[in-house]
Design a protein around this ligand. Structure first.
Ligand SMILES: [Zn+2]
Length: 366
């Protein structure tokens, strides 16, 4: 058993009312024997998905359906996610707050439509804001609608026509007010940040997680001097966009910069930055829902031992504000369990060989 923090020996997890009520090496009557070649671990956590996106080439065109049909499709995406052993996701951008309405055993920490500028990155999701007053109103609306995180497009992005990832979309003063208001209302705050300056602004504003962190410019990849160390020192969670089907190619803007982006991510991870996996599942053909376990192979090149698994369980839970409740197999945590054949610490592919998945104690796959 991997308990979210460390590898333990053989153990029995006792589940009561959807929670882990005990973890023991004693004999427990009626226990399910998973066998000697199986590793039991907490259900995986993906810090960045889009249940509303259909993993097609043009995800914007793929949204051309009404809310009822879109919600039905999102239920399918949620089941696909669960079947892969991912029991908690943070949905960082939907339409019409539909991610808060996905009624499956999947735990969804939803952002609703990301805050963006007028005609800015992902404006088609409905989160356009024109002033700081708009932004604060949007934060309050997200709290009222059951969101547990506020997502801000601090820089532009790749999938929005007429928008570029190389520039910031907001100023530091606006961002600080948004983050403070989100925290005041009991939510966390996530910054989408590609442009070098946007990462600095996200740090200045006190976001809990920074997504992508590519430091992309029109020419290449240019982290401002000292910023990598500052990320490490700040304790902010860096959400790495990892996990893709083998053999796939990333979008051209990413592919051309991948080596430099990876080098910076590796440096941060190896110097103590808090890294989690945010696959961006749904955003394109190489990232179907349930793709998350594929991130382990890449993470295993960056971190040793149980580090990669922590990034996908207990560390991710902390990033989502769910420490102690998710991502660990300890007394009182939700009984989200994944059983795989083999040992994923020594063989990343083992994470793809699913034997069983339970969400809040209920079997969703055997
Ligand atoms: Zn995304």
């Amino acid at each position: 058993m991997f308990d979210g923090t460390a590898m333990r020996g053989a153990a029995t997890v006792v589940v009561r009312d959807g929670l882990v009520s005990d973890v023991t090496t004693d004999v427990v009557p009626d226990a399910i024997d998973l066998g000697d070649d199986v590793t039991l671990l907490p259900g995986l956590i993906d810090a960045h998905v889009h249940l509303a996106f259909d993993a097609v080439v043009d995800v914007v065109a793929g949204l051309d359906l009404d809310d009822e049909a879109l919600l039905a499709r999102m239920h399918g995406a949620a089941h696909q996610t669960l079947a892969a052993g991912v029991t908690t996701v943070r949905d960082l951008g939907d339409r019409s707050f539909l991610a808060t309405k996905v009624a499956t055993p999947l735990t969804v920490v939803a952002a609703g439509p990301p805050l963006t500028t007028v005609k800015g990155h992902c404006h088609f999701l409905g989160g356009e804001v024109a002033s700081v007053e708009d932004m604060l109103r949007a934060v309050a609306e997200r709290a009222e609608r059951g969101c547990r995180v506020v997502k801000v497009m601090v820089s532009g992005g790749n999938i929005t026509p007429g928008n570029t990832p190389f520039e910031s979309q907001f100023d530091a003063g606006q961002l600080t007010q948004v983050v403070d208001e989100a925290h005041r209302l009991g939510m966390t705050a996530a910054a989408h940040a590609h442009a070098p300056q946007s990462v600095v602004e996200a740090l200045d504003a006190g976001f809990d997680t920074i997504e992508h962190v590519t430091f992309m410019t029109a020419e290449g990849v240019e982290p401002p001097p000292g910023v990598l160390q500052r990320i490490v020192d700040s304790g902010v969670f860096v959400s790495l966009t990892l996990g893709a089907l083998p053999g796939g190619t990333p979008p051209p803007a990413i592919a051309a910069r991948l080596e430099a982006v990876t080098a910076n991510h590796t440096w941060m991870a190896q110097h103590g930055a808090r890294v989690v996996v945010g696959s961006d599942a749904g955003v394109g053909p190489v990232k179907p829902h349930g793709v998350t376990p594929h991130a382990l192979a890449v993470m295993s090149e960056v971190l040793s031992g149980v580090g990669p698994l922590r990034s996908m369980t207990s560390e991710a839970a902390a990033a989502l504000g769910l420490a102690g409740r998710k991502g660990e197999l300890t007394r009182g945590a939700d009984a989200d369990l994944l059983a795989v054949r083999g040992n994923p610490v020594v063989d990343a592919d083992a994470l793809l060989d699913v034997v069983g998945v339970w969400a809040k104690g209920e079997p969703v796959r055997r």
